[in-house]
Design a binder for this molecule. Sequence first.
Ligand SMILES: [Zn+2]
Length: 422
Amino acid sequence: MLIKNGKVIIFEENDVKVKESDIEVENNIIKKIAKSIEPDINEKIIDATGKVVMPGLINTHAHIAMSIFRGTFEGCNLYTWLNEKIWPIEAKLTKEDVYNASMLSILEMISTGTTCVNDHYFMSEEIRKALEESKLRAMITRVLMDTDGEEASKKRIEEFVDLYESRDETNELITYSVSPHGLYTCSGKLLKEARELAIKYNLPIHTHFLESIDEIEDIKRMHGEEASKVLKKYFSEIHTILAHGVKLNDEDVEILKTMNCSIAHNPISNFRLGCKIADVTKYLQNGINVALGTDGQGSGNNLDMFETMKIAALAQGGIHENEARIDSKEVIKMATINGAKLLGIDKKVGSIEEGKNADIIIVDISKKLDNIKMIPNNDIISNLVYNTEGRNVDTTIVNGEILMENREIKFIKIEEILKRFS
Ligand SMILES: [Zn+2]
């Protein structure tokens, strides 16, 4: 495959640059990036003239089956939302619900430029089935918790082991994490079991961490010390993915700096649940890797990572008055290469580089009424963050396979999926 004449987003010497180039993809690998590459006979050519070619977006924290909760339960805090609204309904979900809702989210991701998602849910065989059919890249899991007793917890661990043991080892697109729900919903015993599973299978931990103010005291009460100390006690040397990290104080930042961890920042979900906002400028300044996520649609509204990039950039202006804060170049990296680092796959994806797997999206920035917000296009990177929407994505490629071309989805029957929803 040869992608011709695009404005390619390249990460170079800590900078983000736009370069007019062709990209040649052989099988699933980016083979060559250069000007005026001559096509081979029978090579598929994608004309990207007037379009941006960039690394696929990586959504580092989501619950894709939660598309069914879109537009519900506004104005709750996290605890009320989980305990009184979400969990009672989730207890009644069928496998079919989880499959259909996941498929709807996958359509949303492919059509808005996400090429990889880090999911956190249950009935994950259904989620895996949907992902395999649609050929998206993902990390999946079976969430663990034990607030409802030992038996229920044991069953969840068994389900996780079944999920992992039944994996298709030839499918390199799907990887796994061990996922204690959060420190306020898991006992020390369960955190220890999660640690043992992560070591046994050599998998990362993916957990909610200090998302809301209520957790701070609850975790102290349950575990006898502050959240970061609990985290360090169980997962000190383990690759750990922390969703949210809104409520980190300076001591927490110092502790996290000593760990092998990244933060998945979900600004829209945090705003919607009234959790305030993480000071990700400070985390990044302290050398902690921060990437972006949407959370599930119940709290994050949608899976459009362009919207998340914009809100992530703007929100820092709400806490940093007259101070340096993240800019659009930093935000593009948070949505791509930082996400790949968070998942431990940055040698494979997250940037457009020769030798990496071809997870690429093409964004239409051509001069037309639909793109009026981008004109004049004084700064492509700024426009990508502040004035681009998921629906501007024209083509989505994962591992060298075209999942959407000119907004035509390849492996999913859209009408079949849409008719299952109101
Ligand atoms: Zn979440």
